[in-house]
Design a protein around this ligand. Structure first.
Ligand code: AMP
Ligand code: ZN
Length: 492
């Protein structure tokens, strides 16, 4: 059966699938770059976070003790994209007339709400950049002491050329130094840099920059790449098992993280680099900056111009997992509708298992099928292959109902356990009854209708019906209270 040493992970650094061997037996340290909280997360962002939720869930399912750290970027992530180089949180604060920390709070809450609706597990630690300024300053000092950073006019830059003399800068992204010159995510005051590919570790704050902290070099703020080095090594150690993020973060962000950590600790920070691929809409990357995006909430309610109907979070998640995390996934209403049909078929099959007739023999080798489910996930978290296996089981279940396949009582039990393990524990889907929740107003309308019917029954002295309504609602945790003003209800 599945054991802890059968998992293979595609390592973006070596570009091969490698057997997963954690630093500490039975335990995994995983860091994933979290969102920059200046706007609502779009479905593209969610795809990346759901990819790593699957990794987290599967590692836990295998029995690993996982410390999963996912940060919140609430300072320092400057825009480049050829424009102002402004901090997007400050920009949003200006536009919405909010304190920067109000912007941060608003969109952190949105992020958590959306992830909870997708039934994603919260990480073990969710540190913020602003909560780790001291740690970031300490790392800058270490990098400067090692000779890989320099100060200019109150700002500190990482010296990429100097670092490259003794280290392989570009090994993750495969970029050559010469090509990087034009591609580096530029920060303001470029002229202070020795070379254009150098990147900021600390920036002196302009007078209008509200988010600022004292440091040995100036009152300013840390560079974006630094927070992840500070927080990953603080909570997971100088070298840890897995670092994840979207493909678009490979360069410069993760390349810079490697450089910072190596300059600081002279050791590779990460054993397995994992990158999830992009969600596209109309063939183009889903992105806030281009307006080519859809928000999860717009999908749940159906209030958008892209989809023909609303979709439950579990259906959207199922659609996402029907592609492997390293493949590009294009989003469309038709593809989602196809996923919804498949999802419903699987859920129907799960409901049917219990009532299957018991036979003397199994016509299917369930043990071997269960192992194939594990084999799929052990092969770099191959969820589409896993889902294909689950569909295979659904086919047998439908056939068994018609007597065309047979299962013993034990066989049925293992089938049920495996379906539950993978659908609910590993993929983190929810049965349809939980996914299409009644809104509060609809729930109120339904209960008030029942109260009306009960009143009518009482007027007709049909106490059997009126008591039945009261008792059955009470059993569901809904207490009816009869008072002078009529009947009210209370949810327990
Ligand atoms: P950001 O808030 O921009 O730092 O992005 C948060 C995460 O979402 C990062 O890991 C990005 O790689 C990821 N991401 C952004 N756009 C997409 C997309 N279209 N598809 C998948 N992941 C994305
Ligand atoms: Zn990061």
């Amino acid at each position: 059966m599945q054991t802890l040493d059968n998992l293979f992970i595609y390592n973006s650094l070596t570009k091969t699938k490698e057997k997963f061997i954690p630093i500490t037996k039975g335990a995994v340290g995983m860091y994933v770059c979290g969102p920059t909280v200046y706007s609502n997360v779009h479905l593209g962002n969610c795809r990346t976070f759901l990819s790593f939720d699957l990794v987290f869930r599967y590692l836990k399912h295998l029995g690993y003790k996982v410390r999963y750290v996912r940060n919140i970027t609430d300072a320092g992530h400057l825009e480049n994209d050829g424009e102002s180089g402004e901090d997007p949180i400050l920009k949003k604060a200006r536009i919405e007339q909010l304190e920067p920390m109000e912007v941060v709070q608003k969109y952190t809450v949105d992020f958590h709400t959306v992830m909870a609706k997708f039934n994603a597990l919260p990480p073990s630690i969710e540190p913020t950049a602003t909560g780790h300024i001291i740690e970031q300053i300490e790392i800058i000092k270490k990098i400067m002491d090692a000779g890989y950073a320099y100060e200019k006019n109150g700002s500190v830059y990482f010296d990429v050329l100097k670092f490259s003399e003794s280290h392989d800068y570009g090994k993750l992204s495969g970029r050559q130094l010469e090509d990087m010159i034009s591609n580096t995510r530029e920060l303001a005051a470029q002229s202070d840099k020795k070379n254009p590919q150098d990147f900021a570790l600390w920036k002196k704050a302009d007078p209008q920059h509200i988010m600022r902290w004292p440091s040995p070099w100036s009152v300013g703020f840390p560079g974006w790449h630094l927070e992840c080095t500070a927080m990953s090594t603080k909570y997971l150690g100088e070298t840890f098992d897995i670092h994840g993020g979207g493909m678009d973060l490979k360069f410069p962000h993760h390349e810079c993280e490697i450089a910072q950590a190596e300059a600081c600790y002279e050791t590779a920070p990460v054993n397995y680099w994992m990158h999830s691929n992009m969600l596209t809409l109309n063939g183009r990357k889903m992105a806030k900056s281009t307006g080519n995006f859809i928000l999860p909430e717009q999908m749940f309610t159906g209030e958008n111009d892209i989809l023909n109907k609303p979709f439950a979070p579990s259906v959207i998640k199922f659609f996402i997992y029907q592609a492997h995390y390293r493949s590009i996934l294009d989003f469309s209403s038709d593809a989602l509708e196809a996923s919804e049909k498949g999802y419903n078929r699987l859920m129907e099959a799960v409901k049917m298992i219990e009532n299957l007739p018991h036979a003397k023999t199994n016509s299917i080798d369930i043990e071997s099928w269960r192992q194939q489910c594990y084999d799929a996930m052990n092969d770099d978290f191959n969820s589409p292959i896993l889902i294909a296996q689950l569909f295979e089981a659904a086919k047998w279940i439908y056939a068994a109902k018609e007597g065309k396949e047979t299962f013993t009582a034990e066989g049925i039990q293992l089938l049920q356990k495996t379906m539950n393990d993978f659908l609910f524990d590993v993929l983190g889907l929810e049965p349809p009854s939980n996914t299409i929740g009644l809104s509060e107003s609809k729930l109120n309308a339904v209960i008030n209708l029942l109260i009306e019917i009960r009143n009518h029954a009482r007027e007709n002295k049909d106490f059997a019906t009126s008591d039945k309504i009261r008792d059955r609602l009470a059993a569901e945790g809904i207490q009816l209270k009869d008072g002078k003003e009529g009947t009210t209800f209370q949810l327990n």
